[in-house]
Design a protein around this ligand. Structure first.
Ligand SMILES: C=C(O[C@H]1C=CC=C(C(=O)O)[C@@H]1O)C(=O)O
Length: 463
Protein backbone atom coordinates (compact mmCIF):
# COMPACT_ATOMS: atom_id res chain seq x y z
CA UNK A 1 0.00 0.00 0.00
CA UNK A 2 1.18 3.46 -0.76
CA UNK A 3 0.86 5.82 2.21
CA UNK A 4 1.34 8.93 0.06
CA UNK A 5 -2.07 8.39 -1.44
CA UNK A 6 -3.80 8.91 1.86
CA UNK A 7 -2.52 12.32 2.77
CA UNK A 8 -6.00 13.75 2.36
CA UNK A 9 -7.42 11.04 4.62
CA UNK A 10 -4.54 11.19 7.07
CA UNK A 11 -5.10 14.79 7.91
CA UNK A 12 -7.96 13.55 10.05
CA UNK A 13 -5.39 12.05 12.37
CA UNK A 14 -4.72 15.61 13.54
CA UNK A 15 -8.32 16.56 13.82
CA UNK A 16 -9.22 17.98 17.18
CA UNK A 17 -12.72 16.69 17.54
CA UNK A 18 -13.66 19.20 20.20
CA UNK A 19 -14.20 21.74 17.39
CA UNK A 20 -16.64 19.40 15.66
CA UNK A 21 -20.35 18.83 16.03
CA UNK A 22 -21.98 15.57 14.98
CA UNK A 23 -25.58 16.07 13.85
CA UNK A 24 -27.78 13.13 13.06
CA UNK A 25 -31.44 12.96 12.05
CA UNK A 26 -33.50 9.87 11.25
CA UNK A 27 -36.83 9.26 9.57
CA UNK A 28 -38.65 5.97 9.25
CA UNK A 29 -39.47 5.05 5.66
CA UNK A 30 -41.45 2.30 4.04
CA UNK A 31 -39.27 -0.68 3.32
CA UNK A 32 -37.12 -0.45 0.22
CA UNK A 33 -34.51 -2.51 -1.49
CA UNK A 34 -31.08 -1.91 0.01
CA UNK A 35 -29.49 -2.47 -3.38
CA UNK A 36 -31.77 0.15 -4.92
CA UNK A 37 -30.60 2.69 -2.32
CA UNK A 38 -26.99 1.78 -3.09
CA UNK A 39 -27.67 2.13 -6.81
CA UNK A 40 -29.39 5.50 -6.23
CA UNK A 41 -25.99 6.83 -5.12
CA UNK A 42 -24.25 5.69 -8.33
CA UNK A 43 -23.65 9.16 -9.77
CA UNK A 44 -23.11 11.42 -6.76
CA UNK A 45 -21.47 9.06 -4.28
CA UNK A 46 -19.53 6.57 -6.41
CA UNK A 47 -16.29 5.77 -4.60
CA UNK A 48 -17.89 6.58 -1.22
CA UNK A 49 -20.48 3.86 -0.70
CA UNK A 50 -20.77 0.94 1.70
CA UNK A 51 -23.00 -2.11 2.08
CA UNK A 52 -23.52 -4.66 4.84
CA UNK A 53 -26.06 -7.38 5.53
CA UNK A 54 -25.74 -9.93 8.33
CA UNK A 55 -26.15 -13.67 7.77
CA UNK A 56 -29.57 -13.74 9.41
CA UNK A 57 -30.77 -10.85 7.17
CA UNK A 58 -32.07 -9.03 10.24
CA UNK A 59 -29.73 -6.06 9.81
CA UNK A 60 -28.83 -4.27 6.58
CA UNK A 61 -26.81 -1.09 6.24
CA UNK A 62 -26.19 1.04 3.18
CA UNK A 63 -24.08 4.18 3.34
CA UNK A 64 -23.81 6.88 0.68
CA UNK A 65 -21.22 9.63 0.86
CA UNK A 66 -18.74 10.31 3.63
CA UNK A 67 -19.80 12.52 6.52
CA UNK A 68 -16.40 11.76 7.98
CA UNK A 69 -13.53 9.39 7.22
CA UNK A 70 -11.45 7.71 9.90
CA UNK A 71 -8.37 6.16 8.39
CA UNK A 72 -4.98 5.01 9.52
CA UNK A 73 -1.72 4.22 7.77
CA UNK A 74 0.28 3.24 10.81
CA UNK A 75 2.09 -0.09 10.99
CA UNK A 76 1.30 -0.57 14.67
CA UNK A 77 -1.81 0.50 16.55
CA UNK A 78 -4.39 0.92 13.80
CA UNK A 79 -7.14 -0.66 15.92
CA UNK A 80 -6.46 1.72 18.82
CA UNK A 81 -6.32 4.73 16.53
CA UNK A 82 -9.74 4.04 15.01
CA UNK A 83 -11.24 3.14 18.38
CA UNK A 84 -10.09 6.40 19.99
CA UNK A 85 -11.11 8.56 17.06
CA UNK A 86 -14.57 7.00 17.01
CA UNK A 87 -15.03 7.41 20.76
CA UNK A 88 -13.95 11.08 20.53
CA UNK A 89 -16.23 11.71 17.59
CA UNK A 90 -19.20 10.14 19.38
CA UNK A 91 -18.76 12.62 22.24
CA UNK A 92 -19.65 15.36 19.74
CA UNK A 93 -23.08 13.90 18.87
CA UNK A 94 -25.55 16.71 19.41
CA UNK A 95 -28.74 14.63 19.95
CA UNK A 96 -28.93 13.10 23.42
CA UNK A 97 -30.46 9.83 22.24
CA UNK A 98 -30.68 9.58 18.48
CA UNK A 99 -33.61 7.47 17.21
CA UNK A 100 -31.15 5.40 15.22
CA UNK A 101 -27.48 5.35 16.15
CA UNK A 102 -25.09 6.76 13.58
CA UNK A 103 -22.82 4.04 12.27
CA UNK A 104 -19.15 3.79 11.44
CA UNK A 105 -18.44 1.20 8.74
CA UNK A 106 -15.13 -0.05 7.35
CA UNK A 107 -12.28 -2.45 7.68
CA UNK A 108 -8.64 -3.10 8.49
CA UNK A 109 -5.83 -4.51 6.40
CA UNK A 110 -4.68 -8.04 7.21
CA UNK A 111 -1.06 -7.14 7.97
CA UNK A 112 0.37 -3.61 7.81
CA UNK A 113 3.90 -5.03 8.01
CA UNK A 114 3.58 -6.77 4.66
CA UNK A 115 5.51 -4.61 2.23
CA UNK A 116 4.82 -6.47 -1.02
CA UNK A 117 3.49 -4.31 -3.87
CA UNK A 118 -0.19 -4.97 -4.33
CA UNK A 119 -3.39 -4.16 -6.14
CA UNK A 120 -4.80 -2.47 -2.98
CA UNK A 121 -3.80 1.00 -4.10
CA UNK A 122 -6.72 2.91 -2.57
CA UNK A 123 -7.00 1.14 0.77
CA UNK A 124 -4.98 2.41 3.75
CA UNK A 125 -4.25 0.16 6.77
CA UNK A 126 -7.63 1.05 8.25
CA UNK A 127 -10.43 2.73 6.38
CA UNK A 128 -13.73 3.64 8.02
CA UNK A 129 -16.42 6.19 7.27
CA UNK A 130 -19.60 7.59 8.78
CA UNK A 131 -21.98 7.81 5.82
CA UNK A 132 -23.71 11.10 5.01
CA UNK A 133 -26.87 9.15 4.13
CA UNK A 134 -27.45 5.95 6.06
CA UNK A 135 -30.12 3.37 5.36
CA UNK A 136 -30.69 0.84 8.13
CA UNK A 137 -33.16 -2.00 7.70
CA UNK A 138 -33.66 -3.68 11.07
CA UNK A 139 -36.05 -6.59 11.36
CA UNK A 140 -38.92 -5.24 9.30
CA UNK A 141 -38.39 -1.48 9.57
CA UNK A 142 -36.36 0.88 7.45
CA UNK A 143 -34.76 4.12 8.60
CA UNK A 144 -32.84 6.74 6.68
CA UNK A 145 -30.51 9.00 8.63
CA UNK A 146 -28.56 12.08 7.68
CA UNK A 147 -25.19 12.45 9.39
CA UNK A 148 -23.36 15.76 9.31
CA UNK A 149 -20.04 16.21 11.05
CA UNK A 150 -18.72 19.72 10.81
CA UNK A 151 -16.75 22.45 12.50
CA UNK A 152 -19.00 25.12 10.92
CA UNK A 153 -21.18 26.99 13.40
CA UNK A 154 -24.00 27.66 10.94
CA UNK A 155 -25.44 24.38 9.61
CA UNK A 156 -29.09 25.20 8.94
CA UNK A 157 -28.77 25.64 5.17
CA UNK A 158 -26.51 22.66 4.71
CA UNK A 159 -28.88 20.47 6.68
CA UNK A 160 -31.85 21.65 4.63
CA UNK A 161 -29.99 20.73 1.43
CA UNK A 162 -29.21 17.32 2.89
CA UNK A 163 -32.89 16.76 3.71
CA UNK A 164 -33.78 17.45 0.08
CA UNK A 165 -31.04 15.11 -1.09
CA UNK A 166 -32.25 12.42 1.34
CA UNK A 167 -35.76 12.68 -0.08
CA UNK A 168 -34.42 12.43 -3.63
CA UNK A 169 -32.45 9.29 -2.75
CA UNK A 170 -35.45 7.66 -1.04
CA UNK A 171 -37.65 8.46 -4.00
CA UNK A 172 -35.12 7.05 -6.46
CA UNK A 173 -34.69 3.88 -4.41
CA UNK A 174 -38.44 3.31 -4.05
CA UNK A 175 -39.57 4.26 -7.53
CA UNK A 176 -36.83 3.82 -10.10
CA UNK A 177 -36.33 0.38 -11.55
CA UNK A 178 -33.08 -1.40 -10.89
CA UNK A 179 -30.98 -2.03 -14.01
CA UNK A 180 -31.12 -5.60 -15.36
CA UNK A 181 -27.78 -6.72 -14.01
CA UNK A 182 -26.14 -9.22 -16.32
CA UNK A 183 -23.41 -11.63 -15.32
CA UNK A 184 -20.14 -10.07 -16.45
CA UNK A 185 -18.44 -11.59 -19.46
CA UNK A 186 -15.13 -13.07 -18.31
CA UNK A 187 -12.39 -12.76 -20.94
CA UNK A 188 -9.57 -14.29 -18.94
CA UNK A 189 -8.82 -16.14 -15.72
CA UNK A 190 -5.23 -16.08 -14.42
CA UNK A 191 -3.83 -18.02 -11.50
CA UNK A 192 -1.29 -15.67 -9.97
CA UNK A 193 2.08 -17.20 -9.00
CA UNK A 194 0.66 -20.73 -8.93
CA UNK A 195 4.05 -22.49 -8.86
CA UNK A 196 5.34 -20.25 -6.08
CA UNK A 197 2.15 -20.93 -4.12
CA UNK A 198 2.62 -24.72 -4.41
CA UNK A 199 6.24 -24.32 -3.40
CA UNK A 200 5.25 -22.19 -0.39
CA UNK A 201 3.01 -25.01 0.88
CA UNK A 202 5.97 -27.41 0.77
CA UNK A 203 8.16 -24.94 2.63
CA UNK A 204 5.57 -24.10 5.26
CA UNK A 205 4.79 -27.77 5.85
CA UNK A 206 8.51 -28.34 6.45
CA UNK A 207 8.58 -25.44 8.93
CA UNK A 208 5.64 -26.95 10.77
CA UNK A 209 7.30 -30.37 10.82
CA UNK A 210 10.34 -28.66 12.33
CA UNK A 211 7.97 -27.39 15.05
CA UNK A 212 8.49 -23.68 14.39
CA UNK A 213 4.70 -23.30 14.21
CA UNK A 214 1.69 -25.57 14.56
CA UNK A 215 -0.61 -24.20 11.89
CA UNK A 216 -0.25 -21.48 9.23
CA UNK A 217 -2.86 -20.33 6.71
CA UNK A 218 -1.46 -19.75 3.22
CA UNK A 219 -3.52 -18.11 0.50
CA UNK A 220 -3.29 -17.30 -3.20
CA UNK A 221 -5.09 -15.12 -5.70
CA UNK A 222 -6.81 -15.41 -9.03
CA UNK A 223 -7.46 -12.61 -11.48
CA UNK A 224 -10.52 -12.27 -13.71
CA UNK A 225 -10.63 -9.90 -16.68
CA UNK A 226 -14.03 -8.70 -17.83
CA UNK A 227 -15.06 -7.46 -21.23
CA UNK A 228 -16.68 -4.35 -19.69
CA UNK A 229 -16.14 -2.59 -16.35
CA UNK A 230 -18.31 -4.21 -13.68
CA UNK A 231 -20.26 -1.81 -11.45
CA UNK A 232 -20.23 -2.15 -7.67
CA UNK A 233 -24.04 -2.55 -7.59
CA UNK A 234 -23.91 -5.31 -10.16
CA UNK A 235 -21.15 -7.09 -8.22
CA UNK A 236 -23.26 -6.88 -5.04
CA UNK A 237 -26.31 -8.10 -6.89
CA UNK A 238 -24.41 -11.12 -8.22
CA UNK A 239 -23.09 -12.21 -4.80
CA UNK A 240 -26.42 -11.66 -3.09
CA UNK A 241 -28.17 -13.85 -5.68
CA UNK A 242 -25.60 -16.63 -5.43
CA UNK A 243 -24.68 -16.58 -1.73
CA UNK A 244 -27.73 -15.43 0.22
CA UNK A 245 -26.77 -17.32 3.38
CA UNK A 246 -23.58 -15.35 4.08
CA UNK A 247 -22.66 -11.91 5.39
CA UNK A 248 -22.67 -9.59 2.38
CA UNK A 249 -20.33 -6.64 2.44
CA UNK A 250 -18.95 -4.04 0.09
CA UNK A 251 -16.86 -0.91 0.46
CA UNK A 252 -15.73 1.54 -2.17
CA UNK A 253 -12.43 3.38 -2.01
CA UNK A 254 -12.33 5.71 -4.97
CA UNK A 255 -12.27 3.50 -8.08
CA UNK A 256 -11.84 0.22 -6.20
CA UNK A 257 -14.54 -1.91 -4.60
CA UNK A 258 -13.88 -4.64 -2.04
CA UNK A 259 -16.81 -6.98 -1.59
CA UNK A 260 -17.70 -10.51 -0.63
CA UNK A 261 -20.08 -13.05 0.83
CA UNK A 262 -18.40 -14.48 3.89
CA UNK A 263 -19.79 -17.14 6.23
CA UNK A 264 -17.38 -16.14 9.01
CA UNK A 265 -18.30 -13.82 11.87
CA UNK A 266 -15.30 -12.45 13.70
CA UNK A 267 -17.27 -10.93 16.55
CA UNK A 268 -20.57 -9.31 17.33
CA UNK A 269 -21.48 -7.20 20.37
CA UNK A 270 -25.07 -6.41 21.24
CA UNK A 271 -25.96 -4.92 24.60
CA UNK A 272 -22.79 -6.35 26.16
CA UNK A 273 -23.36 -9.86 24.78
CA UNK A 274 -20.35 -10.89 22.69
CA UNK A 275 -20.46 -13.67 20.11
CA UNK A 276 -17.77 -15.10 17.86
CA UNK A 277 -17.76 -17.98 15.42
CA UNK A 278 -14.92 -20.44 15.07
CA UNK A 279 -14.92 -21.53 11.47
CA UNK A 280 -12.16 -23.76 10.13
CA UNK A 281 -12.10 -27.16 8.49
CA UNK A 282 -13.74 -27.55 5.10
CA UNK A 283 -15.09 -30.04 2.61
CA UNK A 284 -17.13 -29.63 -0.62
CA UNK A 285 -20.92 -30.10 -0.80
CA UNK A 286 -22.04 -33.44 -2.21
CA UNK A 287 -23.99 -33.60 -5.47
CA UNK A 288 -26.57 -35.89 -3.84
CA UNK A 289 -28.00 -35.60 -0.33
CA UNK A 290 -26.41 -38.92 0.67
CA UNK A 291 -23.01 -37.87 -0.62
CA UNK A 292 -23.36 -34.49 1.11
CA UNK A 293 -24.11 -36.13 4.46
CA UNK A 294 -21.27 -38.58 3.97
CA UNK A 295 -18.84 -35.72 3.29
CA UNK A 296 -20.16 -33.81 6.32
CA UNK A 297 -19.79 -36.84 8.61
CA UNK A 298 -16.29 -37.45 7.30
CA UNK A 299 -15.40 -33.81 8.02
CA UNK A 300 -16.73 -34.04 11.57
CA UNK A 301 -14.57 -37.12 12.15
CA UNK A 302 -11.45 -36.03 10.28
CA UNK A 303 -8.44 -35.67 12.56
CA UNK A 304 -6.64 -33.06 10.45
CA UNK A 305 -9.67 -30.80 10.09
CA UNK A 306 -10.65 -31.19 13.75
CA UNK A 307 -7.19 -30.18 14.85
CA UNK A 308 -7.21 -27.14 12.49
CA UNK A 309 -10.56 -26.22 14.00
CA UNK A 310 -9.48 -26.72 17.62
CA UNK A 311 -6.68 -24.14 17.29
CA UNK A 312 -9.34 -21.57 16.44
CA UNK A 313 -11.64 -22.60 19.30
CA UNK A 314 -8.77 -22.44 21.82
CA UNK A 315 -7.57 -19.04 20.65
CA UNK A 316 -11.00 -17.41 20.51
CA UNK A 317 -11.87 -18.85 23.95
CA UNK A 318 -8.63 -17.43 25.36
CA UNK A 319 -9.33 -13.95 23.95
CA UNK A 320 -12.91 -14.12 25.24
CA UNK A 321 -11.58 -15.13 28.65
CA UNK A 322 -9.70 -11.84 28.81
CA UNK A 323 -12.69 -9.68 27.80
CA UNK A 324 -15.85 -11.48 28.87
CA UNK A 325 -17.40 -13.47 31.68
CA UNK A 326 -19.90 -16.39 31.61
CA UNK A 327 -18.17 -17.91 28.63
CA UNK A 328 -19.95 -20.69 26.75
CA UNK A 329 -18.08 -22.91 24.31
CA UNK A 330 -19.65 -26.13 22.98
CA UNK A 331 -17.38 -29.17 23.25
CA UNK A 332 -17.82 -30.34 19.68
CA UNK A 333 -18.25 -28.45 16.39
CA UNK A 334 -21.32 -28.57 14.18
CA UNK A 335 -21.48 -28.37 10.41
CA UNK A 336 -22.17 -25.08 8.65
CA UNK A 337 -23.41 -25.87 5.16
CA UNK A 338 -23.38 -23.11 2.57
CA UNK A 339 -23.90 -23.37 -1.13
CA UNK A 340 -20.48 -24.55 -2.29
CA UNK A 341 -18.78 -25.73 0.88
CA UNK A 342 -19.32 -27.10 4.37
CA UNK A 343 -17.32 -26.06 7.42
CA UNK A 344 -16.77 -27.04 11.01
CA UNK A 345 -18.36 -24.40 13.17
CA UNK A 346 -18.33 -23.59 16.92
CA UNK A 347 -20.00 -20.50 18.40
CA UNK A 348 -18.32 -18.83 21.41
CA UNK A 349 -20.32 -16.47 23.63
CA UNK A 350 -19.67 -14.31 26.67
CA UNK A 351 -20.76 -11.20 28.52
CA UNK A 352 -18.50 -8.25 27.76
CA UNK A 353 -16.53 -6.92 30.75
CA UNK A 354 -17.18 -3.28 31.55
CA UNK A 355 -13.70 -2.08 30.47
CA UNK A 356 -13.71 -3.99 27.16
CA UNK A 357 -15.10 -2.90 23.80
CA UNK A 358 -15.90 -4.37 20.40
CA UNK A 359 -12.71 -2.84 18.95
CA UNK A 360 -10.66 -4.51 21.73
CA UNK A 361 -12.09 -7.87 20.73
CA UNK A 362 -11.43 -7.20 17.04
CA UNK A 363 -7.82 -6.22 17.82
CA UNK A 364 -7.14 -9.29 19.95
CA UNK A 365 -8.97 -11.78 17.77
CA UNK A 366 -7.39 -10.75 14.48
CA UNK A 367 -6.17 -12.91 12.94
CA UNK A 368 -7.64 -16.05 14.47
CA UNK A 369 -5.86 -19.28 13.51
CA UNK A 370 -8.56 -19.68 10.79
CA UNK A 371 -6.72 -16.98 8.82
CA UNK A 372 -3.35 -16.56 10.54
CA UNK A 373 -2.14 -19.57 12.48
CA UNK A 374 -0.77 -20.81 15.75
CA UNK A 375 1.18 -19.34 17.45
CA UNK A 376 -0.16 -16.06 16.08
CA UNK A 377 3.07 -14.06 15.85
CA UNK A 378 5.14 -16.87 14.33
CA UNK A 379 2.37 -17.57 11.82
CA UNK A 380 2.24 -13.91 10.77
CA UNK A 381 6.01 -13.88 10.25
CA UNK A 382 5.81 -17.05 8.15
CA UNK A 383 2.93 -15.69 6.05
CA UNK A 384 4.90 -12.47 5.45
CA UNK A 385 7.92 -14.46 4.34
CA UNK A 386 6.39 -17.28 2.29
CA UNK A 387 3.00 -16.18 1.00
CA UNK A 388 3.23 -14.91 -2.55
CA UNK A 389 0.91 -11.94 -2.18
CA UNK A 390 -0.07 -9.00 -0.02
CA UNK A 391 -3.54 -9.83 1.32
CA UNK A 392 -4.69 -6.24 1.60
CA UNK A 393 -8.12 -6.50 3.27
CA UNK A 394 -8.69 -10.16 2.37
CA UNK A 395 -9.03 -12.28 5.55
CA UNK A 396 -9.16 -9.15 7.72
CA UNK A 397 -11.99 -7.64 9.80
CA UNK A 398 -14.75 -5.65 8.04
CA UNK A 399 -17.84 -4.42 9.76
CA UNK A 400 -19.56 -1.70 11.70
CA UNK A 401 -19.93 -0.16 15.11
CA UNK A 402 -22.53 2.29 16.40
CA UNK A 403 -22.20 5.17 18.83
CA UNK A 404 -23.19 2.93 21.78
CA UNK A 405 -20.45 0.42 20.95
CA UNK A 406 -22.70 -2.31 19.50
CA UNK A 407 -21.73 -3.73 16.15
CA UNK A 408 -20.44 -6.69 14.21
CA UNK A 409 -17.32 -7.62 12.25
CA UNK A 410 -16.95 -10.43 9.75
CA UNK A 411 -13.77 -11.97 8.40
CA UNK A 412 -13.44 -10.81 4.80
CA UNK A 413 -12.97 -14.16 3.05
CA UNK A 414 -14.81 -15.40 -0.11
CA UNK A 415 -14.11 -11.89 -1.30
CA UNK A 416 -12.76 -9.97 -4.27
CA UNK A 417 -11.23 -6.62 -5.07
CA UNK A 418 -12.91 -5.09 -8.10
CA UNK A 419 -10.86 -2.73 -10.20
CA UNK A 420 -13.28 -1.78 -12.98
CA UNK A 421 -12.46 -4.34 -15.71
CA UNK A 422 -10.62 -6.75 -13.44
CA UNK A 423 -11.23 -8.56 -10.18
CA UNK A 424 -8.77 -10.22 -7.79
CA UNK A 425 -10.17 -13.21 -5.90
CA UNK A 426 -8.54 -14.69 -2.81
CA UNK A 427 -8.59 -18.07 -1.08
CA UNK A 428 -6.45 -19.93 1.43
CA UNK A 429 -6.37 -22.86 3.75
CA UNK A 430 -4.84 -24.03 7.01
CA UNK A 431 -1.50 -25.80 6.66
CA UNK A 432 -0.64 -28.38 9.29
CA UNK A 433 2.13 -30.96 9.27
CA UNK A 434 0.34 -33.49 7.05
CA UNK A 435 -0.83 -30.98 4.42
CA UNK A 436 0.12 -31.48 0.79
CA UNK A 437 0.38 -28.83 -1.96
CA UNK A 438 -2.09 -30.74 -4.18
CA UNK A 439 -4.86 -31.04 -1.59
CA UNK A 440 -4.41 -27.43 -0.46
CA UNK A 441 -4.52 -26.27 -4.06
CA UNK A 442 -7.77 -28.22 -4.61
CA UNK A 443 -9.25 -26.72 -1.44
CA UNK A 444 -8.58 -23.18 -2.68
CA UNK A 445 -10.70 -23.98 -5.76
CA UNK A 446 -13.58 -24.95 -3.47
CA UNK A 447 -13.20 -21.60 -1.71
CA UNK A 448 -12.95 -19.64 -4.96
CA UNK A 449 -16.20 -21.17 -6.18
CA UNK A 450 -18.69 -18.81 -4.51
CA UNK A 451 -17.06 -15.74 -5.99
CA UNK A 452 -16.33 -17.42 -9.33
CA UNK A 453 -19.95 -18.46 -9.58
CA UNK A 454 -21.10 -14.92 -8.77
CA UNK A 455 -18.77 -13.30 -11.28
CA UNK A 456 -19.29 -15.80 -14.06
CA UNK A 457 -15.76 -17.16 -13.84
CA UNK A 458 -16.56 -20.87 -13.58
CA UNK A 459 -15.65 -22.92 -16.64
CA UNK A 460 -18.49 -24.97 -18.14
CA UNK A 461 -17.25 -28.25 -16.63
CA UNK A 462 -16.89 -26.68 -13.17
CA UNK A 463 -20.43 -25.41 -12.60
C1 LIG B 1 -8.85 -18.99 4.40
C2 LIG B 1 -10.10 -19.24 4.04
O1 LIG B 1 -10.97 -19.93 4.83
C3 LIG B 1 -10.74 -20.12 6.23
C4 LIG B 1 -12.07 -20.17 6.85
C5 LIG B 1 -12.80 -21.32 6.96
C6 LIG B 1 -12.17 -22.55 6.69
C7 LIG B 1 -10.84 -22.62 6.43
C8 LIG B 1 -10.17 -23.93 6.21
O2 LIG B 1 -10.84 -24.96 6.28
O3 LIG B 1 -8.96 -23.95 5.91
C9 LIG B 1 -9.98 -21.41 6.45
O4 LIG B 1 -9.33 -21.40 7.69
C10 LIG B 1 -10.64 -18.77 2.76
O5 LIG B 1 -11.83 -18.96 2.49
O6 LIG B 1 -9.89 -18.14 1.97
Amino acid sequence: MNPQQYSSIEQYADTRYSAYRFYTETIEVSRMSALAFFEAGEKQYKGKRMFWQNREKTFTLVGLGHAHVLASSVQQGRFEEIKHKWESLCKQIVNEEPDVEPILFGGFSFDPLNELESEWTHFPEAYFAVPSFQLVIKDDQAYVSINLITAEKETFNQFELMRKERDRLIHAAQVLELPKYQKPLVMGRTEIKKEQYLDSIDKVTAIIKAEQAEKVVIARSLKLNFEEPLSASSALYQVSEEQPESFLFGMEAETQFFFGATPERLVKVKESQALSTCLAGSTPRGKTMEKDMELGEALLNDKKNRSEHQYVVDMISEVFNGHTSRLTVPNVPKLMKIRDIQHLHTPVEGELNSGSTLFDLVRDLHPTPALGGEPKQEALDIIREYETMNRGYYAAPVGWIDAKGDGEFAVAIRSALLNEKEAYLYAGGGIVEDSTPESEYDETWVKFRPMLRALGGLLSDES
